[in-house]
Write a protein that binds this ligand. Structure first.
Ligand code: PLP
Length: 470
């Protein structure tokens, strides 16, 4: 059960079916464009959507808003040093600002950054520095229980091959968001550390979900069973040379980011850049009160009761969705449950956006919002104007905001999923009507195709007017 009780509440909206249909069609059938006031349960992302604790709200009131050298910064620095062991602590307003500053100082044109998987904003920062981002996920040689690992054989081969001298850094994203939120094992971090030492390469963590990764290590690796997650997290940080993080995840706060390093000279260059683009080094684009909230969040997030609840919730929710008939990816991690839309909707080809079709149907059925991680997000327009180049997988992500929804909210989502599964064969496909740029999913306008014929009824003829979805 939830290891907290509720002290402040916020009503949630219950739009009617008619309103849901209108909202979705007004939004160009793109859930990013649906206003939050028309969403009952919002599982779009776990980023910046956490509920703060009473202690965080109290910390907010004691924030020091001095421009330079605020008490709030000192508290933040103390907590981050204690957690990571890195002496240099630099706040930023969110994760991508931290990445842009750090990777922009570290990488030179032609350098290579290797990762278990670069998060999309991380890849963008590597490429903005003129460097090349190479992903070497181990998912093929080591699936569960540590599906977030980097492939050590592939990394070894790259480092000792002709391009080895170009590798400037290895990045371990913990947990591996792009790989389904799966953890990176202690053995993997240790092996990567050895390779980095041998080749003189910097090892960095994208530590946005460091606490969830540490907890999953205690659950899945008998060598670390029963250890306090904070100790495990410290050990992981100790193996790397530095980190950055989006504190909108395991900072359990609504905004914030961080760079923490051992290298004082690299930190000095980061601070110079920080002053240009974020603000003075003791506030980095945040208010003093935000730094106090983050310091408190970084203390709370490694609470073993909280992390056990978080992992158990994801597992339980994954089981409920599977019982409702959704093809759930197993094992679940902590921050989300992923579903294979292609397996549920075999009648929808990738360029007709099966993951979008499932996500939109969940909205129509119960005002539940999830995110598509399929061809709309990861596919690309065909260079010759043919069907879109498909994404490797057609996934839908049910992200879990921290401490926000109760078990009965998630039960409602599973019931909604059940009604969608029951008419899966009739769910219409979608096509893209308008799109711009590589982040097309945020703004694209879509249109539903003909709903597939329900069993026993003939398909609508070409002359029938285009019906709305659902
Ligand atoms: C969210 C996230 C980022 C980017 O952070 P923002 O705070 O959204 O800018 C980078 N890496 C990972 C793994 C993330 O989950």
């Amino acid at each position: 059960m939830e290891p907290f009780r509720i002290k402040a509440v916020e009503p949630i909206p219950f739009p009617s079916l008619l309103e849901r249909r209108r909202m979705l069609s007004d939004a160009g059938f793109n859930l990013f464009r649906v206003p939050a006031r028309a969403i009952t349960i919002d599982l779009l992302t776990d980023s910046g959507t956490s509920a703060m604790s009473a202690a965080q709200w109290a910390a907010l009131m004691t924030g020091d808003e001095s421009y330079a050298g605020a008490r709030s910064y000192e508290r933040f620095e103390t907590v981050v040093r204690e957690l990571t062991g890195y002496p240099e602590v630099i706040p930023a307003h969110q994760g991508r600002a931290a990445e842009r500053i750090l990777l922009g100082r570290l990488l030179r044109p032609g350098d290579v950054s290797v990762a278990n998987t670069h998060f999309d904003t991380t890849r963008a920062s590597v490429e903005a520095a003129g460097a090349v981002a190479v992903d070497l996920p181990a998912e093929h040689d080591a699936p569960a229980p540590f599906g977030g690992d980097i492939s050590v054989p592939a990394l070894r081969e790259l480092l000792s091959g002709p391009d080895g001298a170009r590798v400037r850094c290895v990045v371990l994203t913990v947990t591996n968001n792009a790989g389904g939120g799966q953890p990176v094992s202690m053995d993997n971090v240790t092996a990567v550390r050895r390779l980095c030492d041998r080749h003189g390469v910097t090892l960095l963590l994208d530590a946005s979900r460091f606490a969830e990764n540490a907890y999953l290590i205690t659950e899945r690796d008998p060598a670390h069973a029963g250890r306090p997650p904070r100790d495990v997290a410290r050990e992981v940080f100790a193996l790397a040379d530095g980190c950055w993080a989006s504190l909108k995840k395991d900072g359990v706060a609504n905004i914030g980011g961080l760079i923490a390093l051992r290298d004082a000279e690299l930190a000095r260059r980061c601070r110079d850049q920080l002053i240009e683009v974020e603000g003075f080094p003791t506030y980095g684009g945040l208010a003093g009160r935000d730094l106090d909230v983050l310091a408190q969040g970084l203390l709370e997030v490694t609470d073993p009761d909280y992390l056990r609840y978080r992992a158990q919730t994801a597992r339980w929710f994954g089981d409920r969705l599977a019982e409702a008939g959704l093809p759930v990816l197993q094992p679940t991690g902590c921050h989300a449950v992923y579903v294979d839309a292609a397996a549920l909707l075999p009648h929808v080809p990738p360029h007709r956006l099966p993951a979008t079709a499932l996500a939109n149907e969940l909205y129509l059925a119960g005002a539940v919002r999830v995110s598509e991680l399929g061809t709309l997000v990861f596919g690309r327009p065909h260079p010759d104007g043919g069907d879109d180049l498909p994404a490797p997988r057609e996934l839908v992500r049910f992200a879990l905001p921290r401490r926000v929804y109760t078990k009965s909210h998630l039960e409602y989502v599973a019931e909604t999923a059940g009604t969608v599964v029951a008419k899966a064969a009739e769910i219409p496909d979608y096509r893209i009507v308008e799109q711009t740029g590589p982040l097309r999913h945020f703004t694209a306008v879509l249109a539903p195709g003909e709903p597939a014929a329900p069993p026993g009824r003939p398909a609508p003829g070409p002359s029938s007017p285009r019906p709305g979805p659902g």
